[in-house]
Design a protein around this ligand. Structure first.
Ligand code: AMP
Length: 322
């Protein structure tokens, strides 16, 4: 996951919640991808704090450093090294065909190569650990297909080594932001951070867009088109969900009150995680310990992989001088 600050409820519902569960059945590697983040051209002064914020969110939701490897991408230089080597088996045409590339490229007058090569680094992130499976959102399926192709091409050229990882596509789809229109995303400012204090949660949720046809309080509302109602389904108890829908349809309750209940449900859901997060923020050395230990474990696997990759690709001149 890219370090763009604290995780939000879209990240939680679409990714983190599943990742916590996956730790029961898989050996997991969770990477905070700061090398990817630099392609977005953010402020370098803010990046370190964003990395730590995301690590705090990871640990607060229950990613467990005893069971999983949790680390920062730039601590393991093998990611960028492998990405470079994968460039030699990756067709430019495939990269140009990626939907995300086309979307992002539109925003630049002169497109940086990092935007084009982004999925090659992703392939390296995955294959460096010879991963069998990757949990992805629907929007990442295409990139994972490319990872599989890179693995196939590399294997065909240098001998079978990399698995073709399977996409574990979640069924959550996209969680809409508080604007009720676009995907919830930090860059759009339409999020609720998962570790926000209740006052902040309320300050954000009260701005949420509801059924646009419900102009006055005594207009009947349509929960089925209201994003606040969708969010209730994720965070409120089933009886509350039914009750808010009933009162909305009958114009028995105003939207502000309905949002108040949602804000309370969100705050209650994340209360234990908020507590863990504030404890971690008070002890940054614990977060550092987790990330440093994670990087050491990741490096061990990465070095094994790179040893084979270098040998197979002829990057071991010492073999000829023995
Ligand atoms: P991002 O921060 O956009 O790179 O997203 C990190 C992870 O969170 C990815 O697995 C996304 O699929 C997931 N994610 C981010 N935003 C949303 C959203 N609005 N709805 C569902 N999943 C999301």
């Amino acid at each position: 996951m890219q370090p763009s600050g604290e995780a939000h409820i879209g990240n939680y519902l679409g990714a983190l919640r599943r990742w916590v569960e996956m730790q029961r059945t898989y050996e997991c590697v969770f990477c905070i991808v700061d090398d990817h983040a630099v392609t977005a051209g953010g402020d370098p002064k803010e990046l370190p704090a964003h990395v730590v914020d995301l690590a705090v969110s990871f640990l607060a939701v229950g990613l467990d450093p005893e069971r999983s490897i949790i680390f920062v991408q730039s601590d393991v230089a093998e990611h960028t090294e492998l990405a470079w080597l994968f460039n030699s088996v990756t067709p430019v045409g495939e990269l140009e065909r990626m939907t995300q590339f086309k979307d992002k490229a539109r925003r630049f007058e002169s497109v940086p190569a990092g935007i084009l090569n982004y999925p090659v680094l992703q392939a390296a992130d995955i294959l460096l650990y010879r991963a069998d499976a990757v949990p992805v959102g629907e929007d990442q399926r295409q990139h994972l297909e490319l990872t599989r192709e890179i693995a196939r091409k590399w294997n065909a050229t240098y001998g079978a080594y990399f698995p073709e990882p399977e996409a574990l596509v979640g069924n959550e789809g996209r969680i809409l932001g508080l604007d009720g229109e676009a995907k919830m995303s930090k860059s759009l400012g339409n999020t609720v951070p998962i570790t926000a204090p209740p006052d902040d949660v309320w300050a954000r949720v009260r701005t949420a867009v509801t059924d646009p046809q419900r102009v006055r309080r005594d207009d009947p509302g349509r929960p089925e088109v209201c994003n606040v109602h969708t969010l209730h389904k994720y965070f409120s108890a089933p009886a509350v969900v039914d009750d808010v829908a009933h009162r909305c349809r009958g114009a028995l309750r105003g939207c502000v009150e309905c949002k108040r209940i949602l804000a309370d449900s969100i705050s209650a859901t994340f209360a234990p995680m908020r507590e863990r997060a504030s404890e971690l923020r008070a002890h940054p050395e614990r977060v550092r310990g987790v990330l440093e230990d994670g990087a050491a474990r990741a490096r061990e696997v990465a070095r094994e992989t790179m040893k084979v990759v270098r040998e197979r690709m002829g990057l071991d001149w010492r073999a000829a001088a023995r």
